[in-house]
Ligand binder design. Structure first.
Ligand SMILES: [Zn+2]
Length: 434
């Protein structure tokens, strides 16, 4: 028998993928129909068992891991994850596809059943269709089609389904990274099929710093506010400082990271919430408020920063403004509590996995891949910081703008293109060069 050449093998792989379109559709629907809402973290075990059974059938050895004691983990809502690994015929690199299994709240405004997985024309609807069960399904079909047409491949393929990405990933990828699952000795290439559009490669994300600021005052009768000290007015001064100094300074900073959309190329900050004075009563309370000068006011800030800034600079900038107010305003006093922080992550544009995905996008779709970075963070932070694995990108079929929206969907054609790209990457990275 004549030895098959590379072109024949590529054709066979693409032909094999075409024949699995219905399988891709039903797999995506099955995943959507398991409602894995987070919070609170529902049905993680169910979806992990589903993935476990599916991948075992294709020769993967699998592990189900519960992230005991991580935020949100309880007997009622255990944080389950699944990792599946398929060894090739020879030694070589390991390519890992990591997808989060959790989805965000449904919200209002849907015209489709959010957990029905309805196929209408080219679109499969449901919460998580785009973010990111479509991407998960695409990576599974890509791996299965590749293995079936190239059983003699070198290295290994891993597929993981992890929890809690939407709430920080501590019971998911962070947990696995701490257990050594993203050790560069074990895994060499990571692709996260987050919805970033099928022709774009996401190299990383900005950093984040979350904090609560409280200003203090002194309670007194509201008819004699001069006998007390109004914490809300102090907070007004804080916000005024932010408006006149912090926001203009942040807007002036531009990053070299290819962040989309363009507004996120600058440093940004959101004021998430503000609470001052007496606690609000229940909605059915019909009484009138008492007249008091507020002795406390709190805001929560969400500061996103650039790879060119350090966490210390970001923190100091806010603290310095608050300390200036201490000098300027009589009786001004504050407390700053850090809630969480995430450092920016940026994979090199010529990292092997980024180069390979770009090459396959060009081959499959006939256009140059666009390199981007994400305004918000995703699980790459844990693979980078805890796993110390730098060869990681996000690449997946969904349309970024549909994530978390009502009537979220994923296009079957887009998924098929991504399957072709992912499978061709496996061929590029795991087949011996002729
Ligand atoms: Zn996501």
């Amino acid at each position: 028998m004549k030895h098959m050449n590379v072109q024949d093998k590529t054709d066979l792989l693409l032909y094999e993928i075409d024949s699995r379109r219905d399988d891709l559709i039903s797999l995506t629907q099955d995943l959507i129909r398991i409602p894995t809402l987070n919070p609170p973290g529902e049905n993680y075990r169910e979806i992990c068992e589903f993935l476990d059974q599916r991948l075992q059938k294709h020769g993967f050895s699998t592990e189900l891991l519960r992230a005991h004691g991580t935020p949100g983990d309880s007997e009622k809502f255990p944080r389950w994850n699944v990792v599946a690994r398929r060894e090739g015929a020879n030694r070589g690199d390991c390519v890992h596809f990591n997808s989060h299994i959790d989805v965000v709240a449904v919200g209002s405004g849907w015209t489709q059943d959010p957990f029905g997985g309805e196929l209408l024309g080219d679109k499969i609807y449901g919460r998580g269709a785009c973010d990111m069960k479509g991407g998960l399904a695409a990576s599974i079909i890509a791996a299965e089609a590749f293995i079936d047409t190239n059983p003699d491949f070198h290295g290994a393929i891993e597929i993981s389904g992890t929890g809690d990405e939407e709430s920080g990933g501590y019971g998911g990828v962070a947990y696995l990274a701490e257990k050594g699952f993203f050790n560069p000795e074990r895994v060499q290439h990571v692709i996260i099929p987050e919805p970033l559009n099928k022709d774009r490669i996401c190299l990383g994300h900005r950093g984040g710093w979350w904090a609560e600021i409280e200003t203090f005052g002194e309670i007194a009768h509201g008819c004699m506010p001069f006998l007390g000290d109004c914490a809300v007015r102090h907070m007004g001064a804080v916000i005024d400082k932010f408006e006149t100094e912090l926001f203009p300074a942040m807007a002036a900073r531009r990053t070299d990271m290819p962040v989309v959309p363009d507004g996120a190329r600058s440093s940004t900050m959101n004021i998430n919430s503000i609470h001052g004075g007496q606690p609000e009563q229940d909605e059915d309370f019909t009484g009138l408020p008492a007249h008091c000068v507020p002795d406390s006011c709190r805001i929560v800030i969400d500061r996103r920063f650039l790879v060119e800034e350090t966490l210390d600079e970001v923190r100091d900038e806010v603290e310095n403004l608050l300390d200036e107010l201490k000098a300027e305003r009589p009786k001004f006093n504050y407390d700053l509590r850090e809630l969480n922080s995430v450092l920016p992550s940026m994979t090199d544009r010529d990292a092997p996995v980024a180069v390979s995905v770009a090459k396959q996008i060009e081959k499959v779709m006939g256009k140059q891949a666009e390199f981007i970075a994400s305004p918000g963070t995703y699980d790459q932070k844990h693979i980078d910081r805890i796993g110390k694995l730098k060869n990681c990108v996000a690449y997946g079929p969904g349309i970024l703008e549909l994530a978390h929206k009502p009537d979220e969907y994923v296009s079957v054609d887009d998924m098929m293109d991504s399957v072709r790209v992912m499978a061709s990457c496996l061929a590029d990275l795991l087949l011996p060069k002729e």
